[in-house]
Design a protein around this ligand. Structure first.
Ligand SMILES: Nc1ncnc2c1ncn2[C@@H]1O[C@H](COP(=O)(O)OP(=O)(O)OP(=O)(O)O)[C@@H](O)[C@H]1O
Ligand SMILES: [Mg+2]
Length: 292
């Protein structure tokens, strides 16, 4: 098993047994904060029209401001595309949303009530924010089916997973997922034998089995063939509305196919936002892509 897979395995194991929150809470300290997390799944308050809200977020690494007063929000069911030159802070922004990196200042809310800066990375994942890193991290020695089944078990938590049996509802979801991710013909194949693109789809399927409310995807089509990229675009368009998605990509033809609103990040903050045509016509955007 590669170190990446082991790390991913450890992350998924941590989801089964989440640690208590690191931050303080306003009412009742650590224990009260923890019980609120348990109550949180399925209860993201989006009545104000936002599933994710960042305001004035900054983080520095050794004095370098990787994220600089970043503010943006995403509507429920939206498919938001984020573009920007290398080093703009796109991955760091995802690290902050998912609790991997703590910002120095600013506000990060999931819905209008959940302050993400109070929670740990596994807790944030359990609340319904799924993340797809650039490299595929599936369990290579398991079949496609077993990978998806494992994701379902993880979602059910430690107690029920000990006595886990696929019920009819689970089997139906799993079968439907195999079609959604274009792997219905590969159920019994070992994940390690899949193409790069198929592994990416399988990992997306594993995340979807956990029914995330918000899915963050960092360069999902990097390294895919043109055909795989086109099928991934189709897949994302079918997910829109059911899930909220934030997709970071450098592949502009892919962005053109899937995008509504495109956010351009540069030097750790939002440089421009609008349709792809609008941002591509923006002089400042042209400057950062071509002028350096
Ligand atoms: N843990 C870290 N320690 C030090 N510097 C970091 C760290 N993480 C990110 N950086 C720096 O912060 C800046 C933003 O990096 P980030 O990876 O977020 O960019 P990006 O927009 O995802 O770029 P790319 O398109 O190349 O993936 C870069 O200059 C990077 O070197
Ligand atoms: Mg990146």
């Amino acid at each position: 098993m590669t170190p990446d897979l082991m790390e991913e395995g450890a992350r998924r194991a941590a989801l089964l047994n989440p640690p208590k929150p690191a931050g303080k809470t306003e009412s009742g300290g650590r224990a009260a904060g923890f019980s609120r997390v348990a109550a949180a799944p399925g209860e993201v308050d989006t009545t104000h029209g936002r599933i994710l809200y960042l305001e004035d977020v900054s983080v520095s690494f050794d004095g370098f401001k990787a994220i600089n007063n970043l503010s943006l929000d995403i509507a429920p069911g939206e498919l938001r595309c984020v573009i920007g030159p290398n080093g703009a802070g796109k991955t760091t922004m995802m690290d902050i949303i998912t609790g991997k990196t703590r910002p120095d200042s600013g506000t990060v809310f999931f819905g209008s009530t959940i302050d993400l800066l109070r929670y740990t990375e596994p807790q944030i994942a359990q609340m319904g924010i799924g993340r797809k890193f650039q490299k595929p991290t599936v369990f290579e020695q398991l079949t496609v089916f077993e990978n998806l089944e494992l994701a379902l078990k993880t979602d059910k938590g430690v107690k029920s997973s000990m006595f886990f049996r696929l019920d009819t509802g689970d089997s139906d979801r799993l079968a439907e997922m195999l079609y959604t991710i274009h792997l219905a013909d590969s159920v019994t194949r070992l994940a390690g034998t899949l193409s790069h693109g198929q592994k990416q789809w399988l990992e997306i399927g594993m995340l979807l089995m956990q029914d995330p409310k918000l899915l963050l995807l960092d360069e999902p089509v990097a390294g895919m063939t043109d055909e795989e990229t086109a099928r991934t675009a189709e897949l994302f368009l079918t997910l829109k509305g059911k899930h909220s998605l934030m997709v970071v990509e450098h592949d502009m033809s892919f962005i053109k196919t899937i995008s509504e609103i495109v956010t351009v990040l540069c030097d750790g903050s939002v440089l421009a936002q609008g349709t792809l045509d609008q941002v591509q016509a923006d002089e400042r955007v042209i400057e950062v892509y071509l002028g350096r």
